[in-house]
Write a protein that binds this ligand. Structure first.
Ligand SMILES: Nc1nc2c(ncn2[C@@H]2O[C@H](COP(=O)(O)OP(=O)(O)OP(=O)(O)O)[C@@H](O)[C@H]2O)c(=O)[nH]1
Ligand SMILES: [Zn+2]
Length: 363
């Protein structure tokens, strides 16, 4: 197995060669996380069942982070046992994560949590179904999150067989979204799947996101043909006994290209919008009903009930900070997503003024 086929590039090569690596330490890519702190990793010597070194486990507890599927790690192999020890984690190019507010009902309500779902991704296929659930607004939200993660998005419109005119949906999207490839496909008939393949290159890592039922599995299976079935079971053993897994979360396409498909990725959601934050922080929203000004930002206005609650020790200042930070983040995202709309507006307006000038001339 060549490292380049697994996605190894200069970003990681430089880091690895700058490290004082001891003899026998190799780079490897995490292909699956198992229970009990075990990982499957792929490297030049093949696939190994790995676990973190004691030192790395300590570092992880101190917030150093755990390896995720797609991560590049440094390992030492023990070939006779097909085992490996992970000694380090190379810096990620990017990642997709699940951000949320933990403990909605508890006192630490409002703490931002981040779980890395997949790391080092080049292209993200955002799958949508042309059914009742189709929403351009949702596509915009997904796209912003993907863009902000430094990943190239490709919009896929699946189930074209369900609508008389798929072009209509393309038009809807092109009105608000610019510079993103939009590909209509049909998972049932395989139509358009070749157009998808054009966005997949050797050594590049792709993921599939989108709501449940839009056809992610169907399309992934189409790309793999029959080979997806030919996966070797990974033997996994821990204190709780032995069991076997039969699917891999990081898979290589025979034509080149790496697909990451994990249960977590399937639940990937765009970041929260303002309404969702308000719901998670409903105590602050409730307090704000007593603010003097209706559009109070709760930052420096006089007569702010939220600030008063903090002073009176009724509201945890940390929780308040989280609230303002998340709200700011949501606003930032909203503004970014509205950019497309504004640009369309500007274009439309330009077209109108041009037309008006034309009319004046003609008369
Ligand atoms: N009509 C139609 N149905 C499709 C098409 N592609 C997939 N489906 C069907 O849609 C359903 C859901 O497809 P999946 O591939 O399981 O969807 P998924 O996105 O992987 O769903 P999750 O596993 O819940 O994330 C299945 O019944 C598919 O047969 C298509 O192009 N047209
Ligand atoms: Zn206020």
């Amino acid at each position: 197995m060549k490292l380049e086929d697994l996605g190894w590039d200069d970003h990681f090569r430089t880091q690895f060669s700058n490290q004082e690596t001891e003899q026998g330490v190799l780079p490897a890519r995490v292909s699956q996380g198992h229970r009990g702190g075990f990982y499957s990793v792929l490297c030049e010597e093949g696939e190994f069942l790995a676990e973190m070194s004691g030192r790395m486990q300590h570092a992880a507890k101190d917030g150093g982070g755990l390896p995720a599927v797609g991560d590049w790690v440094t390992i030492r192999t023990y070939k006779e046992k097909n085992r490996a020890i992970i000694h380090g984690l190379l810096e990620r190019k990017n990642s997709l994560s699940r951000k949320g507010v933990s403990g909605r009902k508890s006192e630490i309500q409002g703490k931002i949590t981040e779980q890395i779902l997949a790391a080092n991704i080049d292209t993200c296929f955002l799958i949508n179904a042309l059914d009742n659930d189709f929403s351009v607004r949702r596509i915009e939200r997904y796209l912003t999150t993907v863009y902000n993660s430094g990943i190239t998005p490709v919009v896929v419109l699946n189930k074209t067989d369900l609508v008389p005119d798929p072009e209509e949906y393309l038009d809807q999207i092109n009105k608000v979204i610019f510079g993103v490839s939009v590909i209509p496909v049909c998972g049932l008939t395989n139509s358009g799947i070749l157009d998808l393949s054009a966005h997949i290159q050797a050594g590049k890592t792709i993921v599939f996101i989108g709501s449940s039922g839009v056809g992610k599995s169907t399309i992934i299976n189409r790309l793999f043909g029959m080979e997806r079935q030919r996966v070797n079971p990974v033997r996994e053993s821990d204190q709780k006994g032995r069991h076997t897994t039969t699917s891999r979360e990081l898979m290589l396409l025979s034509e080149g290209g790496i697909v990451i498909d994990t249960p977590g990725m399937r639940e990937f959601q765009p970041w929260m919008v303002e309404e969702e934050i308000e719901e998670a922080f409903n105590d602050i929203e409730e307090l704000s009903l007593d603010c003097k000004f209706r559009n109070c930002t709760h930052e420096s206005e006089p007569g702010c009930a939220v600030q008063e609650a903090i002073k009176a020790g009724k509201l945890d200042p940390d929780r308040y900070c989280n609230y303002t930070r998340m709200r700011r983040e949501a606003r930032f995202i909203e503004e970014r997503t509205n950019l497309g709309t504004q640009q369309t507006e500007r274009k439309r307006w330009k077209a109108i003024t041009k037309l008006q000038k034309q009319i004046k001339k003609d008369w």
